[in-house]
Design a protein around this ligand. Structure first.
Ligand SMILES: NC(=O)c1ccc[n+]([C@@H]2O[C@H](COP(=O)([O-])OP(=O)(O)OC[C@H]3O[C@@H](n4cnc5c(N)ncnc54)[C@H](O)[C@@H]3O)[C@@H](O)[C@H]2O)c1
Ligand SMILES: CC(C)[C@H](C(=O)O)[C@@H](O)C(=O)O
Ligand SMILES: [Mg+2]
Length: 362
């Protein structure tokens, strides 16, 4: 009997359960091919948690996650729960607390353009010819998402909405190390994003990043203001290797980078704690506009499961096999609607069909 890994499976809302079903089929296929067993425990989260257990993050779900080696997460949220008090909604009531409870401070969002998908990108073919491979590293448990004070104060027209952005030196140091270590294994370039011409957190951020960079003389460091970075990403994405961002800048730039690859449905992510524990989820959301139709792109969820094998379970060969199977299926012309260009050689398929094709190629 080979290794056993415990996985907490949290499909969530909207397209979450639909794309999760395909990722679980991929895990079944990996079990058959490699000497490994994934013991999976399903738990409710987000709107599903509210509807079935009365809260977005039920205690049973937290306990299932605590007992697991990693969390495979779908996505949460949707119009049904948008009128609840903000802290009870799926995003603020479940996703953000999960990140905090498990110390998931390092969010890795790779935006890679598959050669056969260059025409699905929103950019001109000559801009992306030859492809690009960007890794957005987003700080995930600090900054404006979590700092206090936060809330709406006062009454009536005197109300004031308050959010605070704070970053401590250790918070900046640890995410910077993650970025430089990742860069060392790939293009050896880190571009640190900030708004140091305006924000004090950014002034401190830049100072600390420059200090840490001295420990990595083999990696080239550059700095860019976030507004310029948003522009440079669409102008010439190939200039980037690792992009290091604080929480909110990373949220925004990672969606932008994802779309350059053709669809938000292609972008996986890993949210890592110290050690090997992590939560793995698509960077996109529950896509209420297409939920329930069986047409969502499951590739982000499948690649997220691949990242789980790579980062939490050390199964590099199986993770590579998943990445390759996805690339092959795209080369063969399989397309869900979000990446379908109506070009010769393309086959329009649904969520399940592209999942089956990926498994067949494993
Ligand atoms: N990690 C998460 O759970 C997460 C992330 C982002 C948004 N959300 C939530 O999701 C809900 C919808 O948010 P939104 O509309 O701003 O963002 P979204 O990412 O759900 O959707 C944006 C667009 O991308 C498309 N899209 C996203 N994933 C796709 C996929 N796999 N296949 C095909 N198309 C896909 C959608 O159809 C939509 O047109 C909100 O409640 C939001 O808070 C959750
Ligand atoms: C749903 C929301 C809270 C979340 C975030 O802002 O972090 C999402 O946009 C993401 O990128 O994971
Ligand atoms: Mg986001």
């Amino acid at each position: 009997m080979g290794q056993l890994f415990k996985v907490a499976v949290l499909p969530g809302d909207g397209i979450g359960p639909e794309v999760m079903a395909e990722a679980l089929k991929v895990l079944d296929a990996v079990e058959k091919k490699y000497d490994v067993k994934f013991e999976r425990t399903h738990a409710n989260v987000g709107g599903a948690g509210i509807d079935l257990e009365g809260r977005a993050l039920p205690e049973t779900t937290v306990n299932i996650c605590k007992a697991a080696d990693a969390i495979l997460f779908g996505s949460v949220g949707g119009p049904k729960w948008e009128t609840l008090p903000p802290d009870e909604q799926p995003e603020r009531g479940a996703l953000l607390p999960l990140r905090k409870i498990f110390g998931l401070y390092a969010n890795l969002r790779p935006a890679i353009i598959f050669p056969s998908l260059t025409s699905a990108s929103s950019l001109k073919e000559e801009v992306i010819a030859g492809g690009f491979d960007i890794l957005v590293i987003r700080e995930l448990t600090g900054g404006i998402y979590f700092s206090q004070p936060k809330g709406i104060e006062g009454a009536g027209r005197d109300r004031v909405g308050v959010d605070t952005m704070r970053y401590s030196v250790p918070e900046i140091e640890r995410i910077t190390h993650v970025a430089f270590q990742a860069a060392r294994k790939r293009g050896k370039k880190v571009c640190s994003i900030d708004k140091a011409n305006v924000l004090s957190t950014s002034v401190l951020w830049r100072e600390i990043v420059i200090n840490i960079a001295k420990e990595y003389p083999d990696v080239e460091l550059s700095h860019m203001y976030v507004d310029n970075a948003a522009m440079q990403l669409v102008k010439w994405p190939k200039q980037f290797d690792v992009i290091l961002c604080e929480n909110m800048f990373g949220d925004i730039l990672s969606d932008e980078a994802a779309m350059l690859t053709g669809s938000l449905g292609m972008l996986p992510s890993a949210s890592l704690a110290e050690g090997t524990f992590g939560m793995y989820e698509p960077s996109g959301g529950s896509a209420p506009d297409i939920a329930g139709q069986g047409i969502a792109n499951p590739i982000a969820q499948i690649l997220s499961a691949g990242m789980m094998l790579r980062y939490s379970f050390g199964m590099i060969e199986a993770a590579d096999a998943i990445d390759n199977a996805v690339a092959r299926v795209l080369d063969q012309g399989y397309r869900t609607r979000d990446i379908y260009q109506e070009k010769a050689g393309e086959k329009l398929v649904n969520t399940k069909e592209i999942g089956d094709a990926i498994i067949a190629g494993l």
